[in-house]
Design a protein around this ligand. Structure first.
Ligand SMILES: O=C1C[C@@](O)(C(=O)O)C[C@@H](O)[C@@H]1O
Length: 282
């Protein structure tokens, strides 16, 4: 064995291939509303892109009726800069409307694919209100914001039994493979229940970097479920290869409404995922 260092984290790597990876069988699937994330085929998420509260709740109801979906992402940012309590109320309505689907609540910043920017104070106030008086199964926090704020939000969410996705976005470029690995490890160390990264691919090699990093984190560095994808034309393949490489969830579009470039229509995406699952598990 040699050691492999990522910032302050040092892990053994079995260069002789005596074992299939670091801590074989250490991976732990996550159960949410009776659905096993990290077991079987990757689970499907569809985002809301509604811009008004009425449309938002209606969209959640429509998505809840789609059998191919496992999770609904309530994208609060598309609703604009509402009051924190108003956002919290809407998550309660969305939770009721989401039926047996897992409800993920996200306030995405303009720099990370959302329509507008939310400063740290607003960001913390909105998520705190959702945690205190709203409803969600999972919350998505951006890892590269104020670290103390992120730690407070993770602690508050966990105290209420809400799971946390820590996410990172690069809409312009593909980080190097080691950097993707470093960021996913950082999310693990900060206390995420699901590690996530969405990065832009400009070439087939870019997509390979994301898939290779994902596979290495799964086999060598983390026992937590992941949600990794490359965006754009060259990233499409990364949205369906999760069972092979270690991404346990994938975003798909419904009714042509995508929240990022490269999302595959949900029913077609499910077919591909099931075909790959069968071939991998004959
Ligand atoms: O962060 C992500 C990933 C995403 O950007 C995608 O590429 O599918 C879609 C967003 O809705 C979600 O919040």
């Amino acid at each position: 064995s040699v050691t492999d260092a990522f910032s302050t984290v040092t892990m053994p790597v079995d260069t002789m291939n005596h074992v299939p990876g670091w801590m074989p069988d250490a991976f732990k699937p996550l159960e949410l509303k009776g659905r096993m994330i990290g077991e079987g085929r990757p689970k499907l998420i569809a985002p809301t892109t509604a811009k008004t509260p009425e449309d938002f709740v209606k969209t959640v109801k429509t998505l809840a009726a789609r059998p191919e979906l496992d999770m609904i992402e309530a994208r609060l940012d598309y609703l604009g800069n509402l009051k924190p309590d108003e956002f919290a109320r809407l998550t309660r309505e969305a939770y009721e409307a989401s039926g047996d689907k897992i409800l993920l609540v996200t306030l995405r910043n303009g720099t990370d694919g959302g329509p507008i920017n939310f400063d740290d104070a607003t960001y913390e106030a909105v998520y705190s209100a959702v945690i205190a008086s709203g409803r969600a199964d999972v919350l998505d926090f951006e890892i590269f914001r104020d670290a103390a704020m992120t730690s407070r939000l993770i602690e508050a969410a966990h105290a209420k039994g809400i799971k946390v996705i820590l996410s990172d976005h690069e809409f312009k470029f593909m980080p190097e493979e080691d950097e993707i690995i470093r960021r996913l490890i950082l999310e693990d160390r900060m206390g995420a229940d699901i590690l996530k990264i969405a990065v832009m691919a400009h070439s087939p090699e870019d997509a390979l970097k994301l898939m290779s990093a994902t596979a290495k984190v799964r086999r060598l560095h983390s026992n937590k479920p992941m949600l990794t994808m490359a965006m754009g034309k060259w990233g499409v393949l990364t949205r369906i290869t999760g069972e092979g490489f270690g991404s346990d969830l994938t975003f798909a579009s419904v009714g042509g409404k995508a929240s990022a470039p490269g999302q595959i229509p949900s029913e077609e995406c499910l077919q591909v995922l099931e075909t790959l699952h069968k071939a991998m598990n004959p």
